[in-house]
Write a new protein. Structure first.
Length: 248
């Protein structure tokens, strides 16, 4: 069984990391979502890839200078298309409610919070608190490029499966010791230059592999044939339904 993750939701059809993008998943037969989470100044965990509002909202400025009350005035949809005018920047709690309602499974990517370790530590604690609301039937993977943060998350929440993210340029000789420190079951490597030899090496070491970001169906099939377990894609809607039967 292979896993198809809707990367930031159905992000080719709706503004990334919004409730609208995640709400589209089930109608396309997608059960796993990937989302990015970061933190506001008052500790609220929000769903956002960037640590500023500049790219994906009608505002600009840092997330770390906002409080929850500011979210009501932020439009995270109109940059994408007029159909999404007024789409809010969601809190993580709102997303968890949708995940429960739509019976989705979720990969939560804890962003490399640039506001310092104190805020990173708060982000980890508040993600753990919010996860209390996730229904028991839902599957969960927590991942991060920030391996220190991921190790700390795993120390505080050992029952959760975790995954180490690596950019293709960041996959040095020490990848396995990093996975060991984080007690990770998964490696999430970037697709750029990923080879069959590397996939075989990850497998031989006993890790499961989900690759980002794979929008080409032929490449996804090649990766699956090499033994990759899942791919993150912006274009899950283009994967034919005959393939979707294969996916968890
Ligand atoms: O979690 C997979 C992928 O989302 C990691 O990269 O930059 O898209 O969050 P990014
Ligand atoms: Mg991500």
């Amino acid at each position: 069984m292979k896993t198809l993750f809707a990367h930031r939701g159905m992000s080719a059809l709706a503004p990334e990391n919004t409730l609208a993008a995640f709400a589209l998943c089930r109608q396309y037969g997608i059960k796993w979502i990937e989302c990015d989470v970061d933190i506001l100044a008052d500790g609220t965990v929000v769903v956002s890839h960037d640590d500023t509002l500049d790219r994906c909202t009608d505002r600009s400025g840092s997330l770390y200078e906002l409080v929850t009350a500011d979210l009501a005035a932020i439009d995270a949809g109109s940059w994408f298309h007029d159909d999404f005018i007024g789409e809010p920047l969601p809190t993580f709690e709102q997303l968890i409610a949708l995940v429960n309602q739509h019976e989705l499974n979720i990969n939560v990517e804890i962003k490399s919070c640039t506001a310092g370790w104190e805020m990173t530590d708060k982000l980890i604690g508040n993600v753990i608190a919010a996860l209390e609301q996730l229904d028991t039937g839902r599957e969960l993977i927590v991942s991060s490029f920030n391996h220190l943060a991921l190790a700390e998350f795993k120390r505080r929440h050992p029952q959760t499966v975790v995954a180490c993210l690596f950019e293709s340029t960041g996959l040095g000789d020490d990848w396995e010791s990093i996975l060991q420190v984080c007690e990770a079951e998964y490696i999430h490597p970037q697709d750029n230059n990923l080879t069959q030899t590397m996939v075989a090496r990850f497998k031989a070491a006993g890790y499961k592999i989900n690759v980002y970001t794979v929008n080409d169906l032929a490449r996804a099939n090649q990766l699956f044939n090499w033994g990759v377990d899942g791919v993150f894609t912006d274009t899950a809607h283009r994967f034919p339904s005959k393939y979707k039967q294969l996916y968890a």
